[in-house]
Design a binder for this molecule. Structure first.
Ligand code: CP3
Length: 353
């Protein structure tokens, strides 16, 4: 039995369409899950969330379990994703921050130089983030489908730490690595160390796959990626792959970065809606599995158009084993819930083999 097989307590989870697709094996239909499948567009989510702040809720295993299960029960998606946020490891690193509704993560003291990097903790442990292990264990008792754990990639985390808040052009980060390469190296190494601990913790607790979100990496030129990111990304993927669970490597605006992302690592590469999925997969030489990439805005349209656009994505994948249907980025607030249900059912029916 492989490590990954042993990890799945039930054989049925190991053979679930989502995990089969991660391994590029045939499956009875194309599995589908959606980034941000639990979120404000759901009335049931808003009802639970109204009692807590986002940060409080992420630290309550019972609430995390309930919220994670909402889209599983409502839509019949093929995978659950732990309800949390990429900023949660900052709690373990003693970095002051908040998640501001309608804005996103805001850092109390943004990183300006080496002495700021030296201040924070360079590892996270179960003692510091006990709710992560507890939430995953609780979910594994409830779920019959695979559970995805996740973390932010070092660049995307650094983007928040240096900019201090969401940014359009990431000017301060881009200046940081060109002007202070030593501080950048220290920051990247710290974030890689923490992220390895954090993902290992999730795999050990029972996560069946792990997604690394490099949401803002599209801000970089490929040469810059190669020089200032690739070595750290390789170290991250190399270390976490020891767990034997599939790794999904996702970014947006990555049309020119795909070969470098592949070199960095990942059993599955996640692509956004800006490029045709077929072309991206070809560029990746069909080596990894692929995840994506319906434009999330399509879910605001009528069903005829949703079906047409979903067909387009399925046709791009051409029935090759190893396609995981997803949006090109997260479900947008305000998305009609019925349309999400329609999409999930439609992908299942249309791709049935
Ligand atoms: O996908 C899922 O269903 C799992 C949950 C999840 C959340 N955040 C919940 C969340 C995941 C995987 C994330 C990751 C995350 N967080 C990323 C990477 C994915 C991506 O979207 O690119 C990033 C960049 C963040 C940072 C962040 N946290 C942003 C930009 C926001 C939204 C701010 C806003 O109010 O619009 C958050 C908060 C957040 N994380 C919400 C959710 C459901 C909204 C919380 C709320 O107000 O209820």
């Amino acid at each position: 039995m492989s490590v990954a097989e042993e990890r799945c307590t039930e054989r049925s989870v190991y053979d679930a369409p989502f995990l089969r697709a991660c391994r590029k094996e045939e499956s009875p239909y194309t599995p589908v899950w959606l980034m941000r499948q639990a979120g404000r567009y759901q009335a049931s989510y808003r009802a639970i969330r109204s009692k807590y702040t986002m940060l409080e809720m992420c630290q309550l295993p019972d609430e995390v379990t309930k919220v994670t299960l909402l889209p599983v029960e409502q839509f019949g998606v093929d995978s659950a994703i732990l309800f949390s946020d990429i900023t949660i490891p900052f709690i373990g690193m003693n970095i002051g921050f908040d998640i501001v509704p309608g804005v996103g993560p805001v850092i109390e003291h943004p990183v300006r130089n080496m002495s700021d990097v030296e201040k924070f903790e360079k590892f996270v442990s179960e003692e510091r983030l006990p709710f992560i292990t507890q939430s995953i264990q609780s979910l594994k008792r409830e779920l019959k489908i695979p559970l995805i754990g996740f973390a932010g990639a070092p660049f995307t985390l650094a983007a928040y730490l240096i900019e201090g808040k969401p940014s359009r052009d990431f000017k301060k980060v881009r200046e940081f690595f060109f002007v202070q390469p030593e501080a950048w190296d220290a920051l990247m190494n710290a974030l890689v160390d923490v992220t390895i601990d954090y993902l290992n913790m999730q795999a050990k607790a029972g996560a069946d796959a792990l997604q690394i979100f490099d949401s803002w990496v599209g801000a970089l030129h490929p040469r810059t990626y190669e020089q200032y990111l690739l070595p750290y990304m390789k170290r991250l993927f190399q270390a976490v792959s020891q767990n034997g669970v599939p790794l999904i490597h996702f970014g947006t605006g990555t049309a020119s970065l795909l070969p470098l992302m592949l070199e960095a690592g990942g059993d599955v590469i996640g692509v956004d809606w800006r490029t045709p999925l077929g072309k991206s997969w070809e560029e990746l030489k069909y080596q990894p599995a692929i995840q994506g990439n319906l434009d999330p805005a399509v879910l605001f349209a009528d069903r005829k158009l949703i079906a047409l656009e979903a067909d387009r994505v399925l046709e791009e994948a051409a029935g090759r084993p190893g396609h995981i249907f997803n949006l090109g980025h997260g479900v947008l607030p305000g998305t009609p819930e019925d349309n999400v249900k329609f999409l999930v059912d439609y992908v299942h029916e249309k791709s049935a083999r």
